[in-house]
Ligand binder design. Structure first.
Ligand code: RIB
Length: 291
């Protein structure tokens, strides 16, 4: 069984701010850092950090060498990452004094994923292999339909949520890993258990993991709920917290662990991520999580 993460790679320009810029306001930032990010790259790295061999598929621009290098450094297979002549995707991220963020995306090469490339990548995978997706690349409906045709198990982090994703063939999804805002956007419900139940009714084959920020997380397998609290820590930057949870959760699943154990480990990993600056840079290795 193999794991493919087909997703985005972004250069993250992170500005420290006293507060998020308001409409019409000009605000001096307190600092700028450049990090490797993108939900696809972050989740691939989280899987690798959690001890799972993973291949990443996606596209970067001519300025994307550092993104490929970062994946390699972390042990992610980059044979399906292509470099285009355009610009890489990037994100403009404001991080305020409480560590919360606000993210503006520019798709760049992430929006150059076409059917020919999708076929080329998926031809290397087969029934029973796992496919991890987010919603920052083009071609999502085609990827999901082709992966399902091949019998792959689809894990979707529907972030960022938008109307087109809702029409992308979500009935093909085996696992949803999402936060409560995305859950509400998908189901119209706002209470965690109601979100899980609504998703289960809408997509009866699927299972759900819902992250709830400082209120923890909940997993619903269609019958049983497993709830997990957060491990409190000093929050510096919440960027990639959800990506860490997703990568660690999927790693635990693939390693055959029980859901309570998996949720606990993912939650521990997250608390380390939010205590550090940056996206992929903040994701801990398993040795840091279990020490
Ligand atoms: O989830 C965090 C990520 O979202 C950032 O790294 C940014 O690039 C955006 O994709």
């Amino acid at each position: 069984m193999r794991i493919l993460c087909f997703g985005s790679l972004n250069l993250d320009k992170v500005y420290k701010v006293e507060h998020f810029v308001k409409p019409g306001e000009t605000l001096a930032s307190l600092g700028l850092s450049l990090f490797c990010g993108g939900k696809g790259l972050n989740q691939s790295i989280a899987l690798a950090c959690a001890g799972c061999p993973v291949s990443m598929a996606g596209k970067v621009g001519k300025d994307g060498d550092m993104l490929i290098e970062r994946l390699k450094e972390k042990g992610v297979d980059t044979s399906f990452v292509r470099q285009t002549q355009g610009e890489s995707g990037h994100a403009v991220i404001q991080v305020d004094e409480s560590g919360q963020n606000s993210i503006l995306l520019f798709g760049g090469a992430n929006r150059e994923i076409d059917e020919a490339f999708i076929d080329e990548v998926l031809n290397n995978f087969q029934a029973g292999d796992f496919l991890l997706l987010q919603n920052e690349i083009s071609g999502m409906p085609y990827i999901m339909s082709q992966a399902k045709k091949r019998g792959m198990i689809i894990v979707l982090n529907p972030s960022p949520m938008d109307d087109s994703l809702k029409k992308s063939g979500l009935e093909n999804v085996d696992w949803f890993l999402l936060n409560e805002i995305e859950g509400e956007q998908l189901t119209g419900e706002s209470e965690p258990r109601l979100i899980c139940e609504a998703l289960s009714k809408m997509y009866p084959k699927s299972k759900t993991v819902l992250t709830l920020g400082e209120k923890g997380s909940v997993c619903f397998d269609g019958e049983n709920y497993t709830e997990q609290a957060v491990y409190p820590t000093k929050v510096v930057d919440t960027t990639a917290a959800g990506d860490t949870f997703t990568g660690y959760f999927l790693a635990g699943l693939l390693q055959g662990q029980q859901i309570p154990e998996i949720m606990d480990m993912a939650s521990r990993a997250c608390s380390i991520t939010v205590s550090r600056e940056g996206a992929s840079d903040s994701i801990p290795k398993m040795s840091e999580v279990i020490c």
